[in-house]
Design a protein around this ligand. Structure first.
Ligand SMILES: Cc1ncc(C[n+]2csc(CCOP(=O)(O)OP(=O)(O)O)c2C)c(N)n1
Ligand SMILES: [Mg+2]
Length: 332
């Protein structure tokens, strides 16, 4: 950590701290009935914030799953609009996916990975130098989509970073039931790609591994598989009860390796910040999280007729009929 610049590590800390607070707010919003459901990022803030920070948001493109709130924040996505995805206000939230260069929440396990490879191949064909980063989980790593994507990207040397957050659980299924041999990174070998295993709770290590993979892809040397070893300390989602399938002692051990706390200690030890600086960052993070919470809770409901708006470029007779029926029913 001490060999990374102070302003970079401090920025990582600020984003991780804000993501932590926003995560807590989001779980509360679900409990209050504002969000139908939410998937916690807690424990994975280093993996997400540091990987997203290693990208260039003016030319790269991120393909996230449903769990990448901290990445979105660090990448500079407008967060009220992004969190609206969890309120189910609109299909992909209320932010501009194309302008943000950060894909919509994707709940199809493994789904963002072929999208990232497709975009990356397109980028090369255009002669541009953007890099795609695909997020996926340990569970997703056993989906066919992910293997086909790695093979295709390896053959075509697509500028893509395959970023696996191995949080050791795929809902109620443990890692050893998803990954024979225990290593996602080791699978890269079979596709002719470098595979890097990194401590996913060490923000500095994640940043360096991702920056190297991004530089490699950008100069035309092809994809990298990064496996960031971390842990999902919260339930899979707000609908889940992990006491039915995992030992609380394991979770307690990982809570001790809290990435936000680890970075805080590293910043102090490296002399990159003093206690007062971090207290200021913490206060600002709480304010920012509260502002985003209030914004998303107050966002107006879309008009129900929007259900029919973007089905086709031009509406059909049948859709118009459905729209009329819908209108008659809500106006009853
Ligand atoms: C194609 C597909 N299969 C199954 C599911 C149901 N499902 C949702 S999340 C999940 C577990 C995914 O685990 P992992 O890839 O490790 O990601 P994590 O939730 O741990 O971040 C499953 C099986 C789904 N959404 N999509
Ligand atoms: Mg997982």
């Amino acid at each position: 950590m001490d060999h990374l610049p102070a302003d970079l590590t401090r920025a990582l800390y600020r984003h991780m701290r804000t993501a932590r607070d926003l995560d807590t707010e989001a779980i509360a919003l679900q409990r209050q009935g504002v969000f139908p459901a939410y998937v916690s990022v807690r424990g994975q803030e280093a993996a997400q914030v540091a990987s997203a920070t290693a990208l260039d948001s003016t030319r790269d493109f991120v393909f996230p799953t449903y769990r990448e709130m901290a990445s979105a924040l660090a990448y500079g996505v407008e967060m009220v609009g992004y969190m609206a995805s969890h309120r189910a206000l609109w299909h992909g939230g209320l932010y501009d996916v194309m302008a943000s260069r950060f894909g919509a929440v994707n709940a199809v396990v493994g789904g963002p990975v072929p999208h990232a490879v497709g975009w990356a191949v397109g980028e090369r064909l255009r002669g541009d130098d953007g890099v795609a980063l695909a997020y996926f989980g340990d569970g997703a790593s056993s989906e066919g989509d992910v293997h086909e994507s790695m093979n295709f990207a390896g053959v075509f040397r697509a500028p893509v970073v395959f970023f696996c957050q191995n949080n050791q659980w795929a809902l109620s299924v443990p890692n050893d039931r998803q990954v024979a041999g225990g290593s996602v990174a080791a699978r890269a070998d079979g596709y002719g790609l470098p595979g890097v295993l990194v401590d996913g709770n060490d923000a500095g290590a994640v940043y360096e591994a991702t920056a190297e993979a991004v530089a490699r892809a950008r100069r035309g040397d092809g994809p990298t598989v990064i496996e960031a070893l971390t842990y999902r300390v919260e339930p899979h989602s707000t609908s889940d009860d992990p006491s039915r399938y995992r030992d609380g002692a394991e979770t307690a051990r990982w809570r001790e390796r809290d990435p936000v706390e680890l970075l805080r200690r590293a910043l102090l030890a490296a002399g990159h910040a003093a206690e007062e600086d971090l207290a200021e960052d913490d206060a600002r993070a709480r304010e920012q999280a509260a502002r985003i919470r209030d914004g998303v809770a107050a966002a107006p409901e879309p008009d129900g007729s929007d259900l029919f708006t973007h089905v086709f470029r031009e509406t059909t007779e049948e859709l118009s009929r459905q729209r009329r029926t819908w209108k008659e029913e809500v106006e009853l």
